[in-house]
Design a protein around this ligand. Structure first.
Ligand code: GLA
Length: 427
């Protein structure tokens, strides 16, 4: 059983000392708004009742030791030697967090025990659950007193050190979610609001059978789409003769969200998307749109190759239509129109599969199986390229949908409940 007492006891047994704090940091399911966050267009995720649990106690020697019950390989990291190689891939998230905490509580270290019941195979945001949890645990153990927004910002940047140019949806919902509700997140201007889930709606998630390693092979595919969206934004701004700056950073390339804001809404971009070149490289776009090349290809730890052609027309079509589906899905939830909500999930999945090309045959098969078993609708959730799908399901069909998922892929498949965001308990 994973709970506060369990993680506390395991910490004491492993380190022969008591933990000072325990953190519960949930996973998330993104209901809709997939691959829109890094364009600063809206998303609608919820935190779930599966979580990473962390127990922590401070040290005074600048060493951070971590034992994970979830992934193999104990960590022992000196805060003043963060460039040293790590023993296991998951430890890169710990190093990313420590980089973002450089200068906070100098000289302090920590012992950490990491456990929980959140699957780590992709789609349920185990990496952001870990990053947010680590930041909350270290902030508490070091009595650093960083506020929640500051910790959230650091969590988002910390993961980009691992190499994926993520958008911020996961860390935001893991930090700010409330039980019984999804969280509508807007980035421009930044705002969040709880969207209560109506009676008669259950959420089932199911594993497709292949991992989606965002820290591994999916990394380039993901970053390629981040760049494709920037290129689409540059070409559309040029086509609409809009002089657009990136609201979040004047040095950065304007995003589709910035262009949508200037044009009066994502709808205003949708009709331009079809006129974009099917594929183009960043260098071609920079030349054609008369913008600087470097911000188009800059990633946190590296640069995307300037001469690699990427699929910008399909990317723009997916992202602008998906932003509109987030609005429609929120309205459907508030009105209790669950058939409409389900259809939006199906359409989102098809757009991700056909235009954004981030589904797999197993995810497609799984979604079809869940809908055939009575779901209102189903789609991949998270970055895709493997990992998990979700289904919106009437309560009386939950068992059927889980059984159909297990037949389709061997599972796991289970119901999830909208839960609160991360919490810290002082012991
Ligand atoms: C990953 C990223 C998020 C988001 C999704 C796709 O989960 O961490 O920021 O981009 O993919 O919607």
């Amino acid at each position: 059983m994973i709970d506060l007492e369990g993680i506390k006891r395991t910490f004491s047994a492993h380190y022969a000392r008591s933990a000072t704090h325990v953190v519960r940091s949930p996973g998330r399911v993104n209901l809709i708004g997939e691959h829109t966050d890094y364009s600063h267009l809206p998303v609608l995720p919820m935190a779930i009742d599966r979580a990473t649990w962390l127990a922590v106690a401070p040290r005074d020697d600048g060493r951070v030791r971590a034992r994970s019950q979830v992934k193999p390989g104990d960590a022992d990291i000196a805060r003043d030697a963060l460039d040293a190689p790590v023993d296991a891939p998951w430890q890169r998230y710990l190093v990313g967090v420590l980089r973002e905490l450089a200068g906070v509580a100098p000289g302090a270290g920590a012992d950490l025990l990491i456990g929980g019941d959140l699957p780590t195979s992709g789609g349920l945001s185990s990496s952001s659950s870990l990053s947010v949890g680590l930041l909350r645990a270290l902030d508490a153990a070091w009595e650093a007193g960083l506020d929640q927004r500051d910790l959230l910002r650091r969590a988002i940047v910390s993961e980009r050190h691992v190499g994926v140019e993520g958008g911020g949806m996961d860390q935001t919902v893991i930090t700010l979610a409330s039980a019984g509700a999804a969280l509508r997140i807007d980035f421009l201007p930044a705002a969040e609001r709880a969207v209560p889930l109506p009676a008669g709606l259950e959420i089932v998630v199911a594993y497709s059978g292949s991992e989606a390693p965002k820290g591994g092979s999916a990394q380039r595919d993901y970053n390629e789409r981040v760049v494709a969206c920037r290129l689409a934004a540059a070409v559309i701004a040029r086509a609409l003769e809009l002089d657009v700056k990136a609201a979040h950073d004047p040095e950065a390339a304007p995003l589709l969200g910035d262009v949508a804001f200037a044009a009066g809404g994502a709808d205003a971009l949708a009709h331009v998307a079809d006129g974009l070149p099917e594929r183009a490289s960043a260098r071609e776009v920079a030349d054609r749109a008369g913008v600087a090349l470097e911000p188009l290809v800059r990633l946190t730890t590296t640069s995307f190759p300037a001469d690699d052609a990427v699929a910008l027309r399909a990317a723009a079509r997916h992202v602008t239509s998906e932003a509109a589906r987030v609005d429609a899905a929120e309205r459907a939830l508030l009105a209790g129109e669950l058939d409409v909500f389900g259809t939006l999930l199906d359409v989102s999945h098809h757009s991700l599969a056909l235009d954004y090309k981030c589904s797999t045959a197993a995810l497609d098969h799984l979604c079809t199986a869940m809908v055939s078993a009575g779901a209102f609708g189903a789609r991949l959730t998270g970055a895709g390229f493997g990992g998990y799908a979700l289904a919106a399901v009437p309560p009386q069909r939950v068992d059927d949908v889980i059984a159909a998922s297990l037949r389709a892929t061997d599972g796991p498949a289970f119901r999830v409940v909208a839960s609160d965001g991360a919490t810290v308990t002082s012991l």
